[in-house]
Design a protein around this ligand. Structure first.
Ligand code: ADP
Length: 627
């Protein structure tokens, strides 16, 4: 166990003299010439543990030594460990027997360096070095300067001093418990325990602490438990070591502390890092890891042939976050630089990758949503503009069609007007008779009314053709009705051009969702083109055929075929380009507008030549889905 010492005056670092240098090299080179050279073979290092392998303080320190040595030598080191078991077998006979045994054991493999953990192991090797490791460098650790001075160690034995300052542990306790009024100092009955109690008495004089100080000593473990369970709440309990109690029962000190802390009615502090995690709030200590590390550094330098001298292992404040919580002690009252164990990591520390991931996902999602919204806005705006342009184009197209058809429409209008006129004249003649034939006159009036209706229908159609709208009038209608009304508009023109118009359609309704006037305009464009094409052709028969077909019950196809001159096969696509025309007074816009309209309503349009001669234009529109 690491020895308690409160007197830093014993830390005087021994300076290496020229003599030591000579001695050191002689030792390291196995009595060879004195030169600062590293060993030529893998060095052998013996770690001497004072007790058995269960004592955490030396186990932790020894493990730190091993780890550091293996790391520093890249594994090129022969490590040996011996557990002297001196707390259970303190008798001289055991010590001598162990020395003889180790002397024989290491006869053929003498260590180059012996690292002694704690006072007992250091004392053991200092006394028996000639037998066990005559030429080895001795490095000790876990001693206070006073202890080392009291041992009169040879000057070539150097080490890492650990100074335990029990007053600093009390300072930490007072900082955490400013209202404390009582101090209870707990110590066991072994020599080591008693030396701790003596140190405490020297370093914590009652009046200086400002606390009523009570020493709990010469007690059994049960008595310790009982006493600490009854101390006033505003108390500080300082547990030093309990290697054995007053009944002679042996303990591992951290286990004794665990039992005491479990029963204590006030916070418990102690000077060892192994107490943290067993119920102690904390204390000022030299950690066993840093003790081991410091000793290992000295050993590494020694095997490298360097001169080594005593060093001091730094002290640290340590605390158990769970105990702070248990006793309601404020973390902010801990001394600066305290190393806190068992601290629950903050949500951020625990889950930062997940938190960053979630935030990033949200940010990304936000960016995507914003992007999509902007895109949607832009698309809507573009769609709106496209619709407006389409409306304007279609209106221009309608006006052009009306213009082209105006002669035949006027001619068509003339027929009912002419019929009305002749019927009126006939009626006048009949009425001049002495006995006018009333039945006949009545018949004439019916005819006049019918002709008036015909004329009115023609004008309504014309107005429909010319009507300008500011918005697309999306509605569901039967495609057959639109074909019929288009044929009626074209009827006079066809008659004039001597074109025979026929149509076939399936005996069912063909619901389509679009602007009726737009679809009618597509049909008019295709049909007027067809009639133009037939006008030039030398065919005897001019036939314009409308045919509607259902496709997979989800689409409807309208084909408009003619017996005209057809389209050069390499121009079948070009005819849909804007401004493509072969006509002297053509605009080349009819088919490009037709395509724009069909595509607006989710369909497509294309041209072909018929095998029998003439062209056929087809367009497909989706059927409106009826719930
Ligand atoms: P425009 O009728 O003003 O020329 P369109 O875009 O309607 O403009 O037609 C473009 C061209 O396509 C026509 O000039 C013509 O050469 C060709 N075309 C269109 N329909 C037919 C058809 N049924 N038969 C032969 N050629 C056609």
């Amino acid at each position: 166990m690491v020895r308690a010492s409160g007197n830093p005056s014993g830390q005087a670092i021994r300076t290496a003299s020229g003599f030591i240098c000579l001695l050191l090299f002689a030792i390291l080179m196995n009595a060879g010439p004195c030169s600062a050279e590293p060993l030529a073979r893998v060095p052998r290092i013996l770690i001497l543990y004072p007790y058995d392998e269960r004592i955490p303080a030396t186990a932790v320190g020894g493990e730190a030594v091993r780890k550091r040595l293996l790391q520093a030598t890249d594994g090129k080191v022969d490590l040996f460990s011996e557990f002297l078991d001196l707390s259970r077998f303190p008798e001289k006979v055991h010590i001598d027997r162990t020395a003889r045994y180790l002397s024989e054991k290491y006869a053929t493999r003498r260590p180059d360096v012996v690292i002694a953990l704690g006072e007992e192991a250091t004392d053991f090797i200092a006394r028996n070095r000639n037998e066990i490791a005559r030429n080895a460098k001795i490095v000790f650790c876990g001693l206070g300067g006073t202890d080392a001075a009291g041992m009169s160690l040879p000057s070539d034995v150097v080490g890492a001093f650990s100074e335990f300052d029990i007053a600093k542990t009390l300072t930490m306790a007072r900082g955490l418990q400013p209202n404390a009024r009582d101090l209870f100092v707990v110590g066991g009955s072994s020599d080591f325990d008693r030396s701790w109690l003596a140190t405490a008495r020297r370093d914590l004089p009652g009046p200086a602490t400002g606390l009523r100080t009570t020493y709990l000593e010469d007690l059994t473990i049960d008595e310790f438990e009982d006493r600490v369970s009854r101390v006033p709440e505003a108390s500080i309990i300082l547990v030093l070591t309990v290697f054995s109690d007053s009944s002679g029962r042996n303990f591992i000190p951290q286990n004794a502390l665990q039992r005491i802390a479990a029963k204590a009615s006030a916070p418990v502090y102690g000077p060892y890092s192994t107490y943290v995690g067993q119920g102690a709030v904390g204390g000022n200590t030299v950690t066993f890891e840093s003790v081991g590390m410091a000793a290992a550094e000295l050993a590494v330098d020694a095997i490298a042939g360097k001169q080594i001298a005593n060093v001091n292992v730094p002290q640290t404040y340590i605390a158990d976050a769970r105990q702070l919580k248990r006793w309601g002690l404020a973390e902010s009252n801990l001394p600066a630089g305290t190393v806190e164990s068992f601290k629950e990591p903050s949500i951020w520390k625990q889950y930062w990758p997940a938190i960053i991931g979630i935030i990033a996902a949200f940010a990304l999602q936000g960016a995507i949503i914003t992007g999509l919204l902007l895109e949607r806005r832009r698309r809507r705006y573009a769609e709106h503009n496209a619709r407006l342009r389409l409306l304007e184009l279609v209106h221009l197209n309608q006006s052009a069609t009306a213009g082209a058809l105006s002669a035949s429409i006027a001619h068509e209008l003339n027929q009912p007007l002419g019929a009305i006129r002749s019927n009126v004249e006939t009626a006048e003649v009949l009425l001049q008779r002495e006995h006018p034939d009333i039945n006949l006159i009545q018949q004439i009036l019916v005819d006049i009314r019918d002709d008036d209706q015909r004329a009115s229908d023609i004008i309504i159609r014309l107005r429909g053709l010319l009507k300008k709208r500011s918005e697309i009038d999306l509605q569901e209608f039967d495609l057959n009705d639109v074909i019929k009304s288009a044929i009626q508009i074209l009827h006079a023109e066809a008659e004039q051009k001597n074109v025979l118009v026929s149509s076939t359609e399936p005996a069912r309704e063909l619901p389509v969702r679009a602007d009726k006037v737009h679809v009618q305009q597509v049909i008019l464009n295709l049909a007027t083109n067809a009639m133009d094409a037939m006008l030039d052709a030398t065919t005897t028969e001019r036939k314009l055929v409308f045919e509607t077909t259902l496709i997979e019950n989800s689409k409807v196809e309208l084909s408009i075929s003619d017996t005209g001159r057809g389209i050069p096969s390499d121009q079948l696509d070009s005819v849909f380009r804007a401004f493509y025309t072969t006509k002297p007074s053509g605009t080349g816009l009819g088919l490009s507008i037709a395509r724009a309209i069909v595509e607006t309503y989710g369909g497509n349009i294309w041209a072909d030549n018929r095998a029998e001669g003439g062209a056929v234009f087809r367009f497909v529109l989706p059927l409106a889905q009826r719930g």
